[in-house]
Design a protein around this ligand. Structure first.
Ligand code: NAP
Length: 624
């Protein structure tokens, strides 16, 4: 049977869109006889030509302030510059955008691509969708995929690209699991079969409404394509992956900025850059390449019974039985490394497992009750439970394995399906005018207790690593250049900077930059500055970050207006930065309406940024 051809382009920063797009290629081929070619969007004009493609499906995330991911920026520039309104009139398309509603400009890249394709004459053959990581991507992706295949087949049959496939024979994308009366679970059986399940006390292993269902809709089982052998080796040869360029730096200072009574400790660190070119400006962020916690890796190896194989070298190849079109040896695993190295440095073992992993775990589980529960957790019917108890509680792969003791996955599953360990971002709070070879940033130390399904104590991945490494340790870094989080060119523009907690970091960078500009730029007049900083801590005696520096900027007249909130101090009238914003509402509204002030907000994106935005909107209405 001849197969249909569809172009699948992905824009991916962290690997999510890439893995979704690659998974789609396999489903297309295995279950729908559709031949999809998958490429980075930036491979346009090298691997594919838009002028020649009749059908395109785009899967893309956004990065920064909604900008295209790094492998999609060339693609975006190309279609943005295109002048011919009929340029894509031959094309049918749809977009799956990935984003997080906690961040501003949700799914912006997907949305602008979608709009631009329409402007250039392309026709959407199936509604584009915007998947929200805040509630679980699969909630949108699953139903979207379900509808995509029939829509694709219909479109392909209309455009007559090739003709021999018989659409009627094609199977559905979602497997229906029919439970026979034999394996139909009952509450009694769940409890009596073993003591592993703690009935309704344990939300991960049991929920009565799901246990009673006789039909579950499971996601398609991902196909393996890798063959992994573990080779005993006396040498510890770990050659790092060379496909991504990182700059090198050395940790030269680490200091705690808070006192012992602080609720969260905040650390400040300096990295000394090596001689290679590393350019940054005030407002930029630095990406830190980190490693998983040794103890967590040890627990995972132990749980999987692989401790004695930890130092074995991974020999990864494409399996001779592979039928996956997208089969590739993962680029984030170096060609020569041990199992321990891969789990420590290359693979994200902390992210909550996606449903496709849970689906794979089903077949690696011997206990029937555990098997059934894993099916429930990855099923469409179990979506709410999956989101509430796995995603929202940030359960890791190790937590899941601890809850399902009879699950014994193969090494290949973890290597092939777990995402790459991505570098973490921190705002730089130093200025290159001070030292082009030193960057300073801060982070708070987060501890997660073993509660709510989490089976072991843990800290933030990168901050824990930064806390543990010795001074003098090499740290690989990249910059993330901010498109919008920049000082304006005209220095008399009023700046309203709002940054509670470590969110103040980039503003310290701004103020330092302005302070040093006074000395280094001819004609720079401090009287032209109109700077406002709204900062929030919990207790001014315990966690007032950068106190001395802020006072110095005030004395130098670089910081004209400073307001502090203290959320846990009794009798202090300003709990949150919003209270200080309200107290200065009239003046702020005037600056915004009449002086084109720029408002910068940095910090907890989930709640604070939303609340600050609402407060400012109210102020503007009130003082209009
Ligand atoms: P935090 O936990 O955000 O707390 C800082 C202050 O904000 C506390 O006084 C807190 O009060 C208060 N707060 C809580 N909810 C608030 C709300 N709805 N509105 C206004 N204020 C609120 O501090 P953090 O641990 O330093 O975290 C800062 C956040 O900034 C993190 O989400 C981090 O990812 C982000 N960030 C960090 C950097 C960096 O370079 N390190 C850069 C950019 C963004 P209570 O807790 O007492 O209620």
């Amino acid at each position: 049977m001849k197969k249909w051809r569809v172009l699948l382009g992905f824009g991916s920063e962290t690997g999510q869109s890439k893995s979704i797009a690659q998974g789609m290629v396999d489903i297309a081929s295995d279950q729908h006889q559709i031949c999809a070619e998958v490429f980075d969007l930036d491979e346009v004009d090298k691997q594919f030509k838009l002028e020649e493609e009749p059908i395109m499906v785009i899967v893309t995330s956004s990065t920064g302030d909604g900008e295209p991911p790094s492998n999609a920026s060339k693609f975006w520039r190309k279609i943005r510059r295109e002048k011919n309104p009929q340029y894509l009139s031959h094309m049918k398309y749809t977009v799956l955008g990935l984003g997080d509603t906690n961040y501003s400009n949700f799914c912006n890249c997907g949305r602008v691509l979608d709009r631009r394709f329409e402007e250039l004459g392309a026709t959407r053959f199936y509604p584009s969708a915007w998947a929200d990581d805040a509630v679980g991507l699969d909630l949108t992706i699953e139903p979207w995929l379900e509808g995509l295949w029939p829509a694709l087949k219909e479109t392909l049959s209309k455009i007559g690209n090739p003709t021999e496939a018989s659409i009627n024979n094609l199977s559905e994308s979602v497997t229906q699991l029919n439970l026979t009366s034999e394996n139909k679970p009952t509450v009694e059986r769940q409890i009596s079969s073993s003591n592993k399940f703690k009935s309704d006390i344990d939300n991960i292993t049991y929920s009565s409404n799901l246990a009673e269902l006789t039909i579950l809709t499971l996601p398609p089982k991902p196909q393996h394509s890798l063959l992994i052998n573990l080779i005993e080796s006396s040498e510890d040869k770990n050659l790092p992956s060379s496909d991504i360029h990182y700059h090198h730096s050395i940790l030269t200072r680490r200091e705690c900025l808070t006192n012992t009574d602080a609720i969260k400790s905040v650390m400040s660190v300096d990295l000394q850059l090596s001689e290679d070119e590393f350019m940054f400006e005030a407002g930029d962020a630095v990406k830190i390449v980190c490693a998983n916690d040794d103890n967590e890796v040890h627990l995972l190896l132990k749980r999987l019974g692989w401790l004695d194989k930890a130092s074995h070298q991974l020999d990864i190849s494409i399996s001779p039985d592979n039928t996956k079109k997208s089969a590739k040896i993962p680029a984030h695993i170096p060609p020569l490394c041990s199992l321990q190295y891969a789990l420590t440095n290359c693979i994200d073992i902390r992210l909550s497992p996606r449903k496709n992993i849970l689906r794979l775990f089903v077949d690696c589980t011997s206990d029937e009750d555990e098997k059934r529960r894993l099916e429930e957790l990855c099923s469409k019917e179990g979506s709410e439970i999956y989101i509430k108890y796995i995603l929202e509680e940030h359960l890791s792969i190790l937590d899941i394995l601890n809850h399902f003791p009879s699950c014994k996955p193969d090494i290949a599953i973890l290597i092939e399906f777990l995402p790459a360990l991505m570098p973490r971002f921190y705002s730089i709070c130093s200025s290159p005018l001070d030292d082009t070879r030193r960057i300073t940033f801060v982070y708070s130390v987060l501890k997660f207790e073993p509660l709510n399904g989490r089976t072991y104590e843990r800290f933030g991945v990168c901050t824990n690593w930064l806390n543990k490494i010795d001074i003098g340790t090499k740290v690989s870094i990249q910059t993330r250049i901010s498109q919008h989080f920049r000082l304006p060119l005209t220095l008399d523009t009023p700046l309203i900077m709002i940054g509670p907690g470590t969110g103040v970091a980039p503003f310290i960078g701004f103020l330092e930059h302005l302070n040093l500009s006074l000395k280094s730029i001819d004609g720079f007049d401090v009287n032209n500055l109109n700077t406002w900083l709204f900062y929030g801590c919990r207790h001014r005696q315990h966690d007032f970050l950068f106190e001395e520096q802020i006072q110095m900027y005030q004395q130098m007249n670089v910081l004209k207006h400073f307001f502090i909130a203290a959320s846990r101090e009794e009798n202090y009238p300003f709990r949150y930065v919003q209270d200080q914003l309200k107290a200065n509402g009239n003046e702020l509204a005037n600056l915004i309406y009449n002086r084109n002030a720029i408002i910068y907000v940095c910090g907890d994106i989930k709640v604070m940024v939303r609340d600050v935005r609402e407060t400012i909107a109210h102020l503007l209405q009130e003082h209009f």
